[in-house]
Design a protein around this ligand. Structure first.
Ligand code: GDD
Ligand code: MG
Length: 332
């Protein structure tokens, strides 16, 4: 079974980190998010993954140089220009000749969903498309559905205004499609799966949804990307646990690292404190600095105090500076 994975977005909400590294290539516990996703798809019966690429294809091509990850074949479909979500799905599926039931996944979703169970539900419904759904407190930042008792989606509304959501069940970013969905996607132009395709299939009565209470988050926001990492330290995840401090990092014995991840080759100096944070590969936290609830790719200078902030690879917090709720470099 094929899966198309959408990885062509620019990751605007993590822009300090995604300047060099596209969002799905950012590490979650030392390994690119996309690897976790490919492994989960494989566990659900996927044999071939097509990466729908636009923005910065090279890092993906380098990550899977022989076109495989484990037993899964990895294919690349590089859009000539961003085609939006459905345009990208159509482009990628046609590029590899998909002609049977296939899976689609947003590249920034971390979940314990059983993909095989979603495919089985899709076959039971005999639907044209089946969406994984999750109940959330504030659905307005997502695609929201109105679901009937039989699992049929009566309406799909992308990012409704707060207060106008039809329910609290949101599109969790994993779908099972029949090839017929491709007929709804004209080639060569921007088409949105959420704004154009799903409302159309729902209107034809052929869109179904399955809601689960699996671990799920969209790692596209700084606080949630941090959570995607730190949740793997506790017992909230079923899969994928591993060591928080990379063996290639240098952590001074006279420093404190608590509930945090220290990435490959990162350096933590004497007397530094790193709490509830993610240090990405090559990050530097100099002596005496304090980093709390933050994401660091660049350098935090001596005795600096960084809280609730995001430091890009070209970000440098000068010695002794206090940065609360900010970014380095500053957001334009
Ligand atoms: N190839 C390609 N081309 N990929 C794209 C493009 C494009 O033009 N535009 C977006 N993508 C990819 C992104 O890289 C991401 O993996 C996925 O499509 C979804 O885009 P996001 O920018 O992350 O969308 P979102 O998080 O605001 O909303 C989506 O996900 C929510 C769940 O996490 C929607 O699908 C919502 O309906 C959903 O609730
Ligand atoms: Mg997203």
């Amino acid at each position: 079974m094929f899966a198309v994975v959408l990885v062509g977005g620019v990751g605007p909400r993590l822009r300090q980190l995604t300047k060099e590294v596209p969002k799905p290539m950012l590490p979650v516990l030392h390994r690119p998010m996309i690897e976790h996703l490919v492994e989960r798809l494989a566990a659900g019966g996927v044999t071939d993954v097509v990466l729908a690429l636009g923005f910065k294809p090279e890092p993906f091509q380098t990550a899977f140089p022989d076109g495989r990850h484990g037993d899964v074949r990895v294919h690349y479909a590089v859009e000539p220009e961003p085609l939006d979500t459905a345009g990208a799905i159509g482009f990628a599926a046609r590029a590899v000749g998909v002609d049977d039931t296939f899976v689609v996944a947003n590249g920034d979703v971390m979940t314990d969903l059983d993909v095989g169970a979603l495919v089985a539900a899709h076959r039971r419904f005999e639907s044209e498309a089946t969406i994984h759904l999750i109940g959330v407190e504030d659905p307005s930042a997502f695609g929201v559905v109105d679901l009937d008792d039989d699992g049929r989606v009566r309406a799909f509304v992308e990012k409704p205004r707060p207060g106008e959501e039809p329910s609290n069940l949101v599109n969790a970013g994993t779908y099972v499609f029949e090839p017929a969905v491709l007929d709804r996607i004209p080639a060569g132009r921007k088409v949105s799966v959420e704004r154009d395709v799903f409302p159309g299939i729902a209107a034809d009565g052929a869109l179904y949804g399955v809601s689960t209470d699996d671990y799920w988050l969209d790692a596209g926001r700084p606080d949630l990307y941090r959570a995607a990492n730190l949740d793997l330290l506790g017992d909230r995840r079923v899969h994928d646990r591993c060591e928080p401090i990379a063996v290639t990092s240098t952590v001074d014995p006279a420093s404190t690292v608590a509930n945090s991840i220290v990435g490959e080759r990162a350096v933590v100096g004497a007397g530094a404190r790193v709490v509830d944070s993610v240090l990405l590969p090559d990050a530097v936290v100099e002596a005496g600095a304090s980093v709390t609830r933050s994401l660091v790719m660049g350098v935090v200078g001596r005795d600096a105090d960084v809280v609730d902030s995001m430091i890009g690879s070209d970000g440098h917090v000068a010695d002794g500076v206090r940065l609360h709720d900010g970014t380095a470099p500053e957001t334009d």
